[in-house]
Design a protein around this ligand. Structure first.
Ligand code: ADP
Ligand code: MG
Length: 679
């Protein structure tokens, strides 16, 4: 018999065929481990209550006996009401199910039943939501994030199956002494209680352990990377100072003081015989691309190669185009390697890369394929690196012999958080925009003021400028994002016809089609570009002076700031219009923050302050790495402790041989792909 392990693919579970495998993969679930850590995002509190303990309109579970035949009344085609009386101790209450006529069969006079619903004290009636079954035992039931293709309950039953079959091979990951010190659950119990808690207290306890585990493993992986970096000597890149100076002098503008400072910091690192590990933070439009160009040119002037990895094809292409323009006159070969690069071309490119005829390669994940081999890679730059996993970041840097690493991000991260999530990276900050930039004017309008927004756009178009319209964001449904964008596109086509042309850009487009649309917008074939958030990064059209963001309150602050950064890239006054009717104070404050400031660091700080624990937007859009259970903002304390402990543990001389770490090491090897560091 083959031994079971948590690395087993989900296809081994009963009822999981190729189609379901695909759907699960999309949720990030490949193996049993993934499934078992696909935790509920909330719990329904199903504790049975006494009538006199219930607040008005509270959602509760009531248990009692059905004492009348249920009566079904229909209104029109789809509406119906199913009512009956229920005896609870000595009280009789009325129970009503709306629009679920088919439940009549299950509601048998004389039976005991438990029902979840909303209670109205005055009327002594329960608006029922669901039947919990007679022998209902899970007081506190997990609810899973699902999508159109798979139901939350299907996920639940898969998790249940997986747990039943694999519970005996769940081994501890956190070393026993740390478990004791921080009163953490054993892993098996933790996983059990995350999915099937007997009470809220159990769920909370398990959650605390799960957050610790997630942060701890992440930190351990990072610390291990660092340890490797430190023990390996880096390269000294003896760049040609004269050439680099000439290149800077030939730029069509003078570097800002902040840019000059950062260039100096980077150049000093290049010369040092240690590996550079530097995070470059600079707001959108602060001129990071130039910095990348200078650093890469410096490496090339030392007869070495450089690579730049971007998270999307659009961004990679833009970088490639810009860097080609800048560097071609200096006899530098800049090539682009992305997923859609044609096979024949790719083959030739790889050959030239290995021969050293390609000096700089710009690309996406395509850069980290096994067959991409460099002659002498000395500098790796990643753009918006939080979008890459620890492992992807690592693979690229193992391609050269200890290349220097520069990670660029336009998402300002408050310092305390940067330190814990990116650890001991050196940080450079561009805190100044190029001269002559006019701050973007931001307005917040109510939805009924749409016409005012359209008028402003028209004015700008008449002045021969261009406009972006960002369509509403539907959390977790690309399909609906697309439908929305198409609708907006059609309406605007009608509205602006025949004077102005409208284009459409969305995430489901093929790479080549996206490029065609962006190129057409650059070439002014379109006056207005309707887009989903795919324009968030990188699109750079200086003639675009106005952006309208629809349903702006659905976006996080960081993302709004990123989007807004698409305008104000030229010398003309630019505008950003947020169209939103936020429902709560938090939404209003976010809109106001956007109106009040253009400073990304201020916005990031405000984002931190406004964000409460359990915030729906989570940390997804905040420039921090993405976690499954932990929220680096709400759970900062745990993150800090996990960091300290991981640091201590990984750097202990007996880390690899101490048996208490065996579970952790196996886990990191198997699931964080960090084999190299642990062998
Ligand atoms: P980022 O990547 O930081 O968002 P970019 O590097 O794309 O910003 O720069 C934004 C725009 O500003 C580009 O068009 C770039 O050519 C221009 N730019 C960069 N540095 C300067 C500078 N020092 N003076 C004037 N314009 C600059
Ligand atoms: Mg950029």
């Amino acid at each position: 018999m083959v031994t079971k392990t948590l690395a087993d693919p989900v296809s081994l579970l009963k009822g999981v065929g190729p189609k379901k495998v695909q759907i699960l993969n999309k949720l990030g679930i490949d193996n049993i481990q993934d499934l078992l850590t696909y935790y509920p995002f909330r719990y329904d509190d199903l504790i049975v209550k006494q009538l006199n303990e219930i607040a008005d309109q509270e959602k509760v579970v009531l248990k009692g006996m059905i004492i009348t035949e249920p009566v079904l009344a229909r209104f029109g085609r789809y509406k119906s009401r199913l009512t009956f009386r229920m005896l609870i101790e000595h009280d009789v209450i009325m129970v009503t199910f709306f629009n679920q006529p088919y439940l009549k069969e299950q509601l048998i006079n004389g039976n005991e039943i438990a029902i979840y619903g909303k209670y109205d004290i005055k009327r002594q009636s329960l608006t029922a939501i669901k039947i919990l079954g007679q022998q209902h035992s899970d007081d506190f039931a997990g609810v899973y994030r699902a999508n159109k293709e798979i139901k939350a309950n299907t996920i639940k039953s898969l998790v249940t199956n997986a747990y039943e079959q694999y519970q005996d091979v769940i081994e501890d990951v956190i070393p026993a002494d740390l478990q004791l010190k921080y009163r953490l659950e054993k892993r098996q119990k933790m996983i059990h209680d995350m999915h099937f808690p007997a009470s809220k207290k159990d769920a909370d306890k398990a959650r605390r352990s799960a957050i610790f585990e997630e942060f701890f493993c992440f930190q351990a992986a990072i610390q291990q990377l660092k340890k490797n970096d430190r023990t390996q000597a880096g390269q000294t890149i003896k760049y040609d100072l004269k050439k680099v100076k000439e290149f800077i002098k030939a730029l069509p503008f003078e570097l800002t003081n902040a840019q000059k400072r950062v260039v100096n910091e980077i150049c000093a690192d290049l010369l040092r015989p240690h590996q550079m590990n530097r995070l470059l933070q600079g707001d959108v439009g602060s001129g990071k691309t130039i910095i990348a160009a200078i650093a890469m040119y410096a490496a090339v002037s030392a007869n070495k190669q450089a690579a730049l990895m971007a998270p999307t094809e659009i961004l990679a292409q833009q970088h490639a185009q810009k860097l080609q323009e800048l560097l071609a006159p200096f006899d530098v070969n800049v090539s682009l390697l992305i997923g859609s690069t044609k096979t024949a071309h790719r083959k030739e490119l790889l050959k030239q890369l290995e021969l050293g005829n390609v000096d700089i390669v710009i690309g996406t994940h395509a850069l980290i394929q096994k067959d991409v081999i460099f002659k002498d890679l000395a500098l790796v730059i990643t753009d918006e690196q939080h979008r890459f996993g620890v492992n992807q970041r690592k693979i690229l840097r193992t391609k050269g012999s200890v290349p220097d690493v520069l990670a660029m991000t336009a998402t300002p991260i408050p310092r305390t958080l940067a330190l814990t999530t990116y650890g001991e990276m050196d940080v450079s900050i561009i805190d100044e925009l190029p001269n002559g930039r006019q701050p973007i004017m931001t307005n917040w309008l109510k939805k009924q003021q749409l016409n005012a927004a359209l008028n402003l756009i028209k004015e700008q178009l008449q002045a021969k400028h261009q406009a972006y319209v960002v369509s509403p964001l539907i959390e977790e449904s690309e399909q609906m994002d697309l439908q929305n964008a198409q609708e907006v596109y059609q309406k605007l086509c009608e509205y602006f016809s025949p004077d102005f042309k409208v284009g459409l850009l969305h995430g489901k487009m093929k790479g080549a089609d996206k490029d065609a649309v962006i190129q057409a917008f650059k070439d002014k074939e379109y006056d207005v570009l309707v887009s989903t958030t795919v324009i968030e990064v990188g699109v750079d059209v200086a003639n675009a002076t106005v952006m309208l963001i629809l349903d702006a309150d659905r976006f996080g602050l960081a993302q709004l700031h990123q989007l807004r950064g698409r305008v104000g890239r030229g010398a003309n006054q630019s505008y950003c219009i947020l169209l939103a009717d936020p429902k709560n104070d938090y939404g209003k404050q976010r809109m106001q923050t956007m109106v009040q400031t253009n400073d990304g660091f201020v916005i990031a700080q405000k984002d931190l302050e406004l964000r409460g624990p359990g915030d729906v937007l989570g940390s997804k859009q905040s420039g921090l790495p993405e976690f499954r259970v932990g929220d680096p903002i709400a759970d900062l304390k745990i993150l800090q402790i996990a960091q300290q402990e991981a640091h201590k543990l990984i750097n202990a001389p007996d880390f690899l041989i101490n048996p208490k770490n065996a579970g952790l090491i196996r886990y990191l090897r198997e699931f964080d792909g960090l084999q190299a560091g642990f062998d």
